[in-house]
Write a protein that binds this ligand. Structure first.
Ligand SMILES: Nc1ncnc2c1ncn2[C@@H]1O[C@H](COP(=O)(O)OP(=O)(O)OP(=O)(O)O)[C@@H](O)[C@H]1O
Length: 367
């Protein structure tokens, strides 16, 4: 599966662009702030129906305009099938996503159709920030591979909000009965979310270790594991035991909204003990492992976006990375870099089959 061409109108700093891509490697080179990330974000948006960098739809509209539009044409199954995806957002009018001219009833129905994996500088939050970032990673990952998970997660968040609202409002008629019903539903969906996340991390862990070993030329070992209170006791029991405390606090103190993924290097937290290059290698290993799993589960090679990944990596690690992503295991790749000399050096080692675009002020020129 690959993106043949894209048309963009008013997306962030890109006023208008029409680009045709290689099925293999596409490189974007330009100074800081010219629009390289914005272009890969547009590619991400077409798959995930939202920005990867945490901007709202309204913030993604080019300043001074009142709508943006992204139109992607994809080739699937070795050119046998084509998909046209159009995403648009108008201030006051909302978001519309169309697949082959037909609007989706719900935006979530689109997620998973065009698998995608992105490695970007913002991923350092996965290492440095709270468990929320790692849960967000797992949620986004699982929602591309498992519709049941996505539905359960949406339901869990709704139930949790309802429960917290009830706890905040305090005693009212029927309080215990309502709490009882909410807890039963929360237990069901939370247990499903827990089981699916634990399975996924179990599948991810050996692959991350393998990719990391290649990137570091077997110099270091890393470990990934899933942490959840639900591993210690059934969720129903945890909810019942925490009720009194929840009433006092006015919110829910246990559940999968508190779970985390532990990332370690040589047995120690990578957040504290990993160097910047080691942390970056961990992020790459995580994302490449994610790529492998999506490919295995979905039977297609996801699009791989490598946004500004070479900084902080030594040449040996860059070469290992390039060696891996230029193998047949990977499909269409987008690479951004502000350093043209470095990028050309990397491309020379990687492939002859690439397209190079120069980026300046939100415009793109094939070089
Ligand atoms: N809604 C918007 N309207 C207009 N411009 C925007 C909007 N959102 C972001 N920008 C501009 O886009 C530019 C950032 O582009 P982008 O993140 O793609 O840069 P980049 O080429 O990847 O840079 P770097 O090499 O630093 O990563 C900034 O100048 C920012 O002001």
């Amino acid at each position: 599966m690959f993106l043949e061409r894209i048309s963009i109108l008013n997306f962030k700093n890109i006023p208008e662009a029409e680009l045709e891509f290689s099925a293999n490697v596409n490189c974007l080179v330009g100074d800081n702030g010219t629009g390289k990330t914005n272009l890969v974000d547009a590619v991400w948006y077409l798959s995930m129906s939202k920005s990867a960098v945490g901007l709202t739809d309204g913030q993604s509209i080019r300043h001074g305009e009142d709508f943006f539009m992204l139109d992607g044409r994809y080739s699937l199954g070795g050119g046998e099938r084509r998909e046209a995806v159009v995403c648009s957002f108008r201030r006051g009018g909302g978001k519309v996503i169309k697949r082959n001219g037909k609007e989706y009833d719900r935006v979530t129905e689109h997620i998973g159709l065009l698998p995608i994996v992105m490695v970007s500088p913002g991923d350092t939050a996965l290492i440095h920030e709270s468990g929320e970032e790692r849960r967000r990673f797992l949620n986004s990952f699982l929602s591309q591979t498992d519709r049941e998970y996505l539905t359960a997660m949406v339901k869990y968040n709704r139930l949790l909000q309802e429960r917290n609202r009830l706890l905040k409002t305090g005693p009212l008629t029927g309080f215990d009965e309502i709490l009882e019903v909410l807890d039963m539903q929360l237990e069901q969906t939370g247990t499903l979310v827990y089981r699916k996340r634990a399975e996924m991390v179990g599948r991810l862990a050996p692959k991350v270790a393998e990719y990391y070993a290649v990137l570091s030329s077997d110099r270091e070992e890393v470990e990934v594991s899933y942490r959840s209170e639900l591993a210690e006791a059934p969720f129903g029991e945890l909810l019942a035991a925490s009720r009194e405390r929840d009433r006092i606090c006015g919110f829910t103190n246990c559940g999968v909204h508190r779970d985390d993924m532990k990332l370690e290097i040589m047995g120690f937290p990578i957040r504290k003990y990993g160097s910047q290059g080691q942390q970056k290698s961990m992020l790459l290993a995580l994302k490449l492992a994610q790529f492998d799993i999506i490919r295995e589960l979905r039977g297609v090679k996801p699009i791989l976006l490598l946004d500004d990944v070479f900084d902080k990596l030594d040449m040996a690690r860059v070469e290992q990375l390039i060696g891996m992503v230029s193998s047949d295991r990977f499909g269409q790749i987008f690479i951004t870099d502000s350093n043209k000399v470095r990028l050309e050096g990397i491309l020379a080692k990687m492939t002859e089959n690439y397209k190079l675009f120069g980026v300046g002020g939100g415009t793109f020129t094939e070089l």
